[in-house]
Design a protein around this ligand. Structure first.
Ligand SMILES: [Cu+2]
Length: 511
């Protein structure tokens, strides 16, 4: 039997069968003790657990029997972020919880082909949290297992939706799965790492829309300062909406792979075989009946072999950023795509620092800004390449990337928009063409704490700003020596969140 994951908003009702059975399955999992590897909270701990935070949020009682140390070692704190394992690890995680929920559903007399729905917040009229997740009541009573109070939404007022201006699908324009941590593209799927429960540089799909959607849903409690469950990787797996968000991210991987001429998964042994290839911990999920599912990224590549699919993997109507840019330069679409994205052109790339500034920049309140000093010679190479494409002298322009390096902080529910060269005293909202992108600090608390696993270097976010630089250049709004970056938090950042940026840098990446 092949299983089909469907769009949650198009199932035919707020409590259509797959939603109702998801709720019933979760209710059964929630009734199991924490130490049962197929319980709801055990599965949340597989993604990540912070005992103190769980206790504060009411998900862990003092003196509660914990799982065996062998189970904790094998399964907990496993999620992969800031890594090229981000997509395959989460695919296996979804397969695990889906099998466990399905097993519970079948035992309750539900459909044997139950599959997890996905939430495609990009679609018109589907940006709101699906109603079944937003109400305390459900068809079986007044203790809806899909409802949790700790979802604060983009404005921290409990209204949960995904604002269209804060998410995009630019990552689908990437033609390389693997990026680099050298200031250039972070790649569609992330950078080459070992086992990475944390990680420094987030890949393109991971940063946007993945991270930002987490934080837009979760938000934080203005009174206690505690994050919504979805805002922090150590609590996210406890929220039933997590799995619908991740099903959509998993679906977008498949949408990307629908263009097989350019978009391919890595073929390096270290990716294919996963962390055991370098002597590290294997990916592993508890399955129904005490079965252990150990998997490699290679095994996660092919949906048909995994016996499931999506009802829709068609590419979105909106063109990815890089393509739109070339269209603006007047190149025919197919030609532009072929030229920029030809795999034959892939090879050693040059990445070069254009400029930097904003060292140890604190972000508090409603805005922060920095002036970046540019190397005018390197800057000149970029503008020459842009003009070279326009005149046909050069097949592909340089790509330009803004890096927010080593972002640290204690509150993951922080998100901000990044603008370039908005004049002082002006409202950035009036300058949409200056918007470099949106960033959310999902995972920042873990990445800031230093422990045995990581050095506490924070997270580095990479935003492609080729299009912004291009349009500012065309409009005569680029100064060869200086660039201004303004950060506009979506919600005021409290002092206690201690959000800081190590450095803001701009890199060019030649073809
Ligand atoms: Cu996630």
């Amino acid at each position: 039997m092949a299983f089909t994951r469907r769009n949650v908003w198009e199932l035919g009702g707020d409590w259509a069968d797959p939603i109702l059975w998801y709720a019933r399955g979760i209710k059964a999992l929630k009734a199991r003790p924490l130490k049962d590897p197929t319980s709801w909270r055990f599965y949340g701990g597989i993604h990540g657990i912070d005992a103190q935070l769980w206790g504060q949020l009411g998900y862990l009682s003092p003196n509660e029997p914990t799982p065996s140390s062998a189970d904790i070692k094998a399964y907990w704190n496993q999620c992969q972020h800031g890594s090229w394992y981000f997509l395959p690890w989460h695919r296996g995680y979804l397969l695990g919880i889906e099998a466990v929920v399905r097993d519970a559903v079948v035992k309750l007399g539900g459909p044997a082909d139950w599959a997890i729905p996905y939430w495609n917040y990009f679609k018109a009229n589907e940006s709101a949290l699906p109603p079944a997740f937003a109400s305390q009541n459900w068809p079986d009573g007044n203790d809806n297992p899909l409802f949790i109070p700790q979802r604060y939404g983009p404005n921290n007022d409990g209204d949960v939706f995904i604002p269209a201006d804060q998410i995009n699908l630019a990552a689908l324009g990437d033609t390389e799965f693997t990026g680099s941590a050298d200031g250039g593209s972070a790649g569609f799927g992330g950078v080459d790492t070992g086992f990475s429960h944390g990680g420094n540089v987030h890949g393109d799909l991971e940063s946007q829309p993945h991270d930002i959607v987490h934080v837009l849903i979760g938000g934080s409690d203005d009174n206690t300062g505690l994050p919504g469950l979805m805002s922090d990787p150590d609590t996210a797996g406890l929220d039933p909406i997590f799995y619908l968000h991740h099903a959509n991210i998993d679906r977008l991987w498949e949408v990307w792979r629908e263009n097989p001429t350019t978009n391919k998964d890595p073929n390096e042994t270290n990716w294919l075989n996963g962390p055991p290839a370098v002597g590290e911990r294997a990916f592993m999920m508890p399955m129904p009946g005490g079965v252990q599912f150990t998997y490699t990224p290679d095994q996660m590549s092919n949906l048909a072999a995994l016996n499931y699919g999506y009802d829709d993997v068609s590419p979105p109507a909106a063109a990815p950023q890089a393509v739109a840019r070339l269209r603006a330069l007047g190149m025919p679409m197919t030609e532009a795509v072929a030229q920029v994205r030809s795999p034959a052109m892939a090879g050693p790339r040059s990445t070069e620092l254009i400029g930097a500034g904003g060292t140890n920049l604190r972000v508090t309140g409603t805005q922060a800004s920095a002036a970046l000093a540019l190397d005018s010679a390197v800057h000149r190479k970029v503008t020459d390449s842009l003009e070279g494409v326009a005149t046909g002298a050069q097949p592909a322009p340089d790509r330009v990337f803004l890096n927010l390096e080593n972002v640290r902080g204690l509150n993951d529910a922080t998100a901000f928009k990044v603008y370039i060269n908005v004049p002082d005293g002006e409202d950035p909202a009036k300058y949409p063409s200056h918007l470099a992108g949106s960033v959310a600090l999902f995972g920042v608390r873990k990445a800031t704490k230093s422990d045995q696993q990581q050095a506490g270097n924070g997270i580095t976010f990479v935003l492609e700003i080729t299009q912004v630089i291009d349009s500012l250049h065309l409009a005569g709004k680029l100064d060869a020596n200086q660039l201004h970056v303004r950060l506009v938090p979506t919600r005021p950042v409290p002092e206690a969140a201690q959000v800081s940026i190590g450095r803001i840098s701009i890199f060019r990446q030649g073809a």
